[in-house]
Design a binder for this molecule. Structure first.
Ligand code: IPM
Ligand code: MG
Length: 368
C-alpha cells in the first residue's frame, strides 16, 4: 500500500466548489485502487487565508505543503474592489501564488489545450479550422521573467511617477525549461514550436542562443521558431499545426488563456506546475468571484488537474487516462455546465452533478 499526502488549497471564489469535485474524484480513485491511499490535508491559501490569519500563504499552510507529496490548488483572488481590502503585497496573487511557485521552484508549467471530437462543438472556431481536433501542449516557464524580476515604483526628479520591472533570465533557467520542451516533444510528435520575440527583446535573443546549444542533444526534434504575436494569430487560424509550444512566463500566461479561448472556455484548462522535488496542480483559470457559491462553475479544469497529478506525481497513468475518458464521456453524453452548454438541446448540469457524473463514468472503467 502506498500512501500519498496531498495538500488541498481550495482558495477563493469558485475554488472550494471545484475542489469539492476533485476530492470526490480522489475518493473514487482511492476506492478503485486498493494499493493506493490518499491523505488529504486542507490548508488555507489566498484571500481566505489573509482574512483569517493576516497572511495569504500562512506558515501552517507552508508546513502542510512542505510535507506533501503533491499539492492540489483551487483558485485564488478577489474581484477588483474586494482586492483593495488587502495590502498589495498580501494580495493572493503576489502574496500566495507567486511565493508558492518560488518556494517549490515549479519552473515547468504544462498547460494542455485539448479539444477531442467530444468537445469540438464547444469551440468558437469553425469545424474546418478544428479539423480532427486540437491537442497541443503549452509549456510555460513559471518562475522567471517579468513576474519575478526586481520591481520599483517611484517619482523621478521632475516629480513624474514611474515604474520599472525587470525581465530577467539566466542561462540555466532557459536551458532547464527548453529541455522540458524537447523532452516533451520527444514523447509526442517530435516537433517543438519555440515562441519568442527576438526582433525586440534581448531576453529572446539569449533564449534562442541557448536553444541552439540545447538542440544539439535532441537531433530527433524539429524546432520551429515563431514570434509570439504571430503565434497568437495562428492559434486561431490553424491550431492543428502546433504540438509542443515552449515559451517564457508572461508569453505563456497570455497564450494559455488564448488556448482556453479556442477551446470555448477557460473551464477546459487544467495545468501541472512541476518542480525538481515537488509539483502542484491547478486550473489555469481564475476564481470567478461573479459566479462563486452558485454551484455552476465548470470543474473540468480542476478534475483535469487531478488527472495530471495522478499521472505526473503518482505514476498512475492508466487511472489518469480513465479519468480523462470519464470527463469526455460526460460531454459526449451531451451534458455541460452553463459556460459550455448553450442552445436548445443543451443538457445543463451544475458543478456537483458534473463531479458525480465523472465518478459514475470513471467507475465504468475496469478497476486496478
Ligand atoms: C495563471 C494566472 C496567474 C498568472 C495569476 C493568478 C497570477 O493567470 O496561472 O495563468 O498570471 O500566472
Ligand atoms: Mg493566467
Amino acid at each position: 500500500m502506498k500512501t500519498y499526502k496531498i495538500a488541498l488549497l481550495a482558495g477563493d471564489g469558485i475554488g472550494p466548489e471545484v475542489m469539492k469535485q476533485a476530492v470526490k474524484v480522489l475518493k473514487a480513485v482511492e476506492a478503485r485502487n486498493p494499493e493506493v491511499a490518499f491523505e488529504l490535508n486542507e490548508a488555507l491559501f489566498g484571500a481566505v487565508a489573509y482574512f483569517e490569519t493576516g497572511k495569504s500563504f500562512p506558515a501552517e499552510t507552508i508546513a502542510i505543503c512542505d510535507e506533501a507529496d503533491a499539492i492540489l490548488k483551487g483558485t485564488i483572488g478577489l474581484n477588483h474592489e474586494d482586492s483593495k481590502k488587502i495590502p498589495v503585497d498580501e494580495q493572493p496573487e503576489r502574496g500566495a501564488l507567486l511565493p508558492l511557485r518560488r518556494r517549490y521552484n515549479t519552473y515547468a508549467n504544462f498547460r494542455p489545450v485539448y479539444l477531442p471530437q467530444e468537445l469540438a462543438h464547444f469551440s468558437p472556431l469553425k469545424p474546418e479550422v478544428i479539423g480532427d481536433g486540437i491537442d497541443l501542449m503549452i509549456i510555460r516557464e513559471l518562475v522567471g521573467g517579468l513576474y519575478f524580476g526586481e520591481k520599483e515604483v517611484g517619482k523621478d526628479d521632475n516629480g513624474k511617477r514611474y515604474v520599472r520591472e525587470v525581465l530577467e533570465y539566466d542561462e540555466d533557467q532557459i536551458r532547464d525549461i527548453l529541455k522540458v520542451g524537447f523532452e516533451t516533444a520527444q514523447r509526442r510528435k517530435k516537433v517543438m514550436h519555440n515562441i519568442h520575440k527576438s526582433n525586440v527583446l534581448k531576453s529572446s535573443v539569449l533564449w534562442n542562443e541557448i536553444l541552439e546549444e540545447v538542440a544539439v542533444d535532441y537531433p530527433d526534434v524539429e524546432v520551429k521558431h515563431i514570434l509570439v504575436d504571430a503565434a497568437a494569430t495562428y492559434l486561431c487560424l490553424n491550431p492543428g499545426q502546433f504540438d509542443v509550444m515552449v515559451m517564457e512566463n508572461m508569453f505563456g500566461d497570455i497564450l494559455s488563456d488564448q488556448g482556453g479561448g479556442i477551446l470555448g472556455s477557460l473551464g477546459l484548462m487544467p495545468s501541472a506546475c512541476v518542480g525538481p522535488e515537488k509539483s502542484y496542480y491547478e486550473p489555469s483559470h481564475g476564481s470567478a468571484p461573479d459566479i462563486a457559491g452558485k454551484n455552476i462553475a465548470n470543474p473540468y479544469s480542476m478534475i483535469g488537474s487531478v488527472a495530471l497529478m495522478l499521472e505526473m506525481s503518482f505514476g498512475m497513468e492508466q487511472e489518469a487516462k480513465n479519468l480523462w475518458h470519464a470527463m469526455k464521456s460526460v460531454f459526449a453524453n451531451g451534458y455541460g455546465t452553463p459556460d459550455l452548454a448553450k442552445g436548445e438541446d443543451a443538457k445543463l448540469i451544475d458543478t456537483d452533478a458534473f463531479g458525480d457524473m465523472v465518478v459514475d463514468e470513471l467507475n465504468k472503467a475496469p478497476r486496478a
